[in-house]
Design a protein around this ligand. Structure first.
Ligand code: BDR
Ligand code: CA
Length: 317
């Protein structure tokens, strides 16, 4: 049976790769894609979701939720690695839809329509998830599963020494979500950072005789160049693509299912840090599972296979 999913995303090139994987996966029923501010501001995030759907034109069109600005506003975006528009300054034309419902409304509606059946894959800050909880306090207990790309257990942060970008961008929302009753699994930087997608990955993308191949080959070179120039890396990170594999192929991960974590919302040096209670005599209650290790080779191949499917499904006729 297909797994019903909602993808909450702040595209972002690695988000776009994750969407290309999901939209042609026969094991998934993508009910909605809900935009959230993060890599880019709210309006651009919504536009990017529309652009990605427009470019890929998948067989089944999910609903689209519009991002609204977080409060307080974003402190940082990631134009240095993903371009000013989040998609490698690709300038895709798109006929923007207006009057879209806000993301949190779609999240509430879709989960209510299929209680306990929906997996939410959160690839950006947790703003929309926290807002959905505010809209309906019973909602959290109806979510089947929340998979979160974010945080760190022992690894350093990526936006500050202590914090990962998605959690740092809206730590108050992240704290509410961590403390909520939802069944959640965290996919932290500890497992996503060590896997660098080298130029071999770029070479193995679907060819330009498909919509998917053209799209991926247009957006990804920017971030390869940026990772080399800004970070001195001969490859890129694709944290969100790895989180997508955690949703489709959990057996490739070692998941510890009774971890206790909270989020620092105020610290001068530690804002957005995910703090785990790993004392011998732990005092905090278990509140989430964490993907601690993965079979990196298999995860890498699974991502390429999903993208190959996107290419095959969008071949020029
Ligand atoms: C996360 O931050 C964003 O920049 C990426 O899209 C990913 O979701 C990695 O820390
Ligand atoms: Ca993201």
């Amino acid at each position: 049976m297909e797994k019903k999913v909602i993808i909450d995303t702040d595209p972002g090139i690695d988000d776009a790769v994750a969407l290309a994987m999901a939209l042609f996966d026969p094991s998934l029923d993508v009910l909605a894609i809900t935009a959230v501010a993060g890599n880019v501001h709210a309006e651009q995030a919504t536009k990017n979701v529309q652009t990605i759907l427009d470019q890929l034109d998948p067989p089944r069109l999910p609903r689209i939720g519009a991002a609204t600005s977080p409060n307080p506003p974003l402190e940082k975006t990631t134009s240095h690695v993903f371009g000013n528009d989040g998609l490698g300054n690709s300038n895709f034309p798109v006929a923007e839809l207006h009057n879209l419902h806000p993301s949190e409304k779609l999240l509430v509606e879709e989960v209510r329509a299929a209680p306990d059946e929906v997996t939410i894959i959160a690839l950006g800050p947790l703003t929309n998830i926290a807002r959905a909880i505010h809209r309906d306090p019973n909602w959290a207990s109806q979510v089947g599963h929340l998979i979160i790309m974010g945080g760190t257990v022992s690894a350093p942060g990526n936006v500050t020494p202590a914090a990962e970008f998605n959690i740092y961008s809206d730590p108050v929302s992240a704290q509410e979500v961590f403390r909520s009753k939802m069944t959640k699994t965290l996919v932290p930087l500890d497992i996503t950072d060590p896997l660098i997608f080298s130029y071999d990955f770029l070479d193995r993308l679907p060819s330009e005789d498909s919509r998917g191949g053209r799209f991926l080959r247009k957006i990804l070179p920017f971030t390869y160049r940026a990772h080399r120039q800004v970070l001195g890396l001969e490859g890129i990170w694709l944290a969100d693509a790895i989180a997508m594999v955690a949703a489709t192929n959990p057996s490739l991960f070692r998941i510890m299912d009774d971890m206790s974590a909270d989020v620092e919302t105020n610290g001068f040096l530690t804002k957005g840090m995910t703090v785990f209670d790993r004392r011998v005599h732990r005092k905090w209650k278990a509140n989430l599972a964490v993907a601690m290790e993965m079979d990196s080779d298999q995860v890498y191949e699974t991502i390429l296979k999903a993208l190959a499917r996107c290419g095959e499904s969008t071949l020029d006729s």
